[in-house]
Design a protein around this ligand. Structure first.
Ligand SMILES: [Zn+2]
Length: 267
């Protein structure tokens, strides 16, 4: 049955209000991004509870800090992304997690199927974010996941050893949460589903995601503008952008986790 204790709703509102004020000062997100984060955070806290929210909060903090650090260290002419995260990014990374958190309120929040799905979704987003941020620090150019040919950093579907190390790091950071739920048996599932999700992200990025060529620098990019000018569509479906790919990948991560948990229960 769906029950949300009033106390938890008030606790969620208070904690998120404080985090919002701090985020506003640190400019981690633009206004719309922050509004989207508040909605995702509130749904996850009020429906999923403290453990679910703590996992989301860790993802938020680590990815914000990683982005700020990378932007300071690496001059980015090839990724035209502000280090402030937009609302589309937040929605793409938060929708599946919010949905599984809402579903968790129909069960016990440590119900293994629901918890695994939540971790599969968050794990995919976290692994993808750190893969991007740490991958960009790589001294060598990444390879395209489909052809394994060398490519420019920032190309959709580009993978590197640094990137996968970032993914492992992100998933390792999430291991305390199944333990807090007394479900350490879900740790292997967290790793497997997170890696499946992040690999799906790269595969979708390399195949169906829209890619454009910058009219100024000639690089292959995922945005319709680059270097302050328009870009030309070269491949992929125009309606599939990076956010759509992120969203679909979190669904794949969550479903993979649910499936593996089901298999684990049959053993
Ligand atoms: Zn350009």
């Amino acid at each position: 049955m769906l029950t949300i204790p009033v106390g938890r709703v008030m606790e969620a509102a208070a904690v998120i209000a404080v985090i919002t004020l701090i985020s506003l000062r640190l400019k981690f997100l633009d206004r719309k991004g922050l509004a989207a984060s508040v909605i995702v955070g509130f749904l996850v806290y009020a429906f999923g509870g403290r453990i679910y929210f703590a996992a989301l909060f860790l993802f938020f903090i680590v990815s914000s800090v990683a982005t700020v650090y990378r932007v300071r260290r690496v001059r980015l002419d090839y990724v035209e992304k502000s280090w402030e995260r937009g609302w589309r990014n937040v929605a793409a990374n938060g929708l599946t997690a919010s949905l599984t958190a809402v579903i968790s309120s129909f069960y016990a929040s440590c119900n293994p199927m629901v918890l695994a799905s939540y971790l599969g979704a968050i794990g995919t987003s976290f692994a993808d974010t750190l893969a991007t941020e740490i991958g960009l620090l790589s001294p060598r150019n990444p390879r395209l996941i489909t052809s394994m040919k060398g490519t420019q950093p920032g190309t959709p579907g580009a993978v590197s050893t640094y990137g996968y190390m970032g993914s492992i790091l992100a998933l390792t950071a999430l291991t305390p949460f199944p333990i807090l739920c007394g479900r350490q048996d879900l740790i292997p599932i967290l790793f497997i589903s997170g890696l499946i999700g992040v690999t799906a992200d790269s595969l979708l990025g390399a195949t169906i995601q829209a890619q454009y060529r910058c009219n100024s620098c000639g690089k292959i990019v995922e945005t319709q503008t680059h270097c302050g000018v328009g870009t030309e569509h070269v491949k992929g479906l125009k309606i599939i952008d990076t956010h759509m790919v992120n969203l679909v990948s979190t669904v794949i991560g969550a479903l993979a986790a649910a499936l593996f948990t089901l298999l684990l229960q049959k053993i």
